[in-house]
Design a binder for this molecule. Structure first.
Ligand SMILES: Nc1ncnc2c1ncn2[C@@H]1O[C@H](COP(=O)(O)OP(=O)(O)OP(=O)(O)O)[C@@H](O)[C@H]1O
Ligand SMILES: [Mg+2]
Length: 246
């Protein structure tokens, strides 16, 4: 028994992301009701793992991501990221945590009047880096996403797939330890979807933990990675090389 508890503790320390009996309630302001979005979630995600979160709309995928980024706090239980409990973090610690996380969203969230270069550089400017450094970092990151030739384009001049690659470059620019990609292919055709998933897999090989939420059955089935299936806020399945079964 002692051995068991020591080994689980060590395993937990090694986990990059750790949910222990986590439930999340949202207070609905209008009706004053409480909506339980997640119930009793237990989860460990190791450094450099690639995890797919799937589940119907409203099953809790985005809420899991928001708990990881510190945007939301658990109502019950504990969420740890990099060994630190998210609940007790001070404002500056939450800022530090966010620096380690790159976000990619379904609707890209690019700044419409800024060029590709400016959209990516924007993520670095708050750190007061020198211009030379920013220039070099942006160019290197654009190479990773294969968009060096679109440096001066505005988002409106890009295809959906290209926009998402800019958003991924923006997420990568600070060398994040974790990438949270929330339905990144939701607005893309099958060709661009494949392209973006390939890119996320490549990023994962480059030492980032990637968490991808998706509704896309073909993505889940082709990717051959760990799949966590949520249903009404609970984990229905957690499989090493899962398939889409909802
Ligand atoms: N800020 C909020 N206030 C109240 N309820 C919320 C809030 N955010 C999410 N919810 C509720 O919590 C549940 C889980 O939502 P969540 O956004 O995590 O689901 P999801 O799996 O990401 O869904 P989708 O596939 O549509 O993006 C849903 O029932 C949703 O209505
Ligand atoms: Mg969502």
């Amino acid at each position: 028994m002692l051995f068991y508890s020591i080994s689980t503790t060590i395993k937990s320390i090694k986990a990059m992301i750790y949910f222990n009996n986590v439930s999340k309630d949202y207070n609905l302001e209008l009706t004053r009701e409480i909506k339980r979005a997640l119930e009793n979630i237990n989860l460990e995600i190791k450094k450099n793992e690639f995890v797919v979160l799937c589940g119907k709309t409203g099953s809790g995928k985005t809420t899991i991501m928001k708990l990881i980024s510190g945007e939301e706090k658990p109502s019950f239980g504990e969420v740890k990221v990099g060994g630190l409990s998210v609940k007790n973090l001070k404002q500056n610690q939450i800022r530090n945590l966010r620096q380690k996380i790159g976000f990619v969203f379904q609707d890209f969230k690019l700044l419409p009047y800024k060029t590709v270069f400016e959209n990516i550089a924007f993520a670095l400017e708050a750190n007061n880096f020198k211009d030379d450094f920013i220039q070099k970092q942006v160019l290197n990151t654009l190479k990773v996403v294969n968009l060096e030739d679109k440096l001066d384009a505005l988002p409106s001049e890009l295809s959906g797939g290209e926009k998402q690659r800019v958003a991924i470059a923006r997420a990568l620019i600070r060398n994040p330890e974790i990438i949270l990609a929330d339905e990144p292919t939701g607005n893309l055709d099958p060709y661009n979807t494949r392209d973006i998933i390939k890119l996320l897999l490549k990023i994962n090989l480059n030492n980032s933990t990637v968490i991808l939420s998706t509704h896309n059955k073909d993505v889940v089935n082709s990717i051959q990675k760990r799949v966590i299936t949520l249903e009404q806020g609970k984990i229905l399945r957690d499989e090493k090389q899962g398939r889409y079964v909802i």
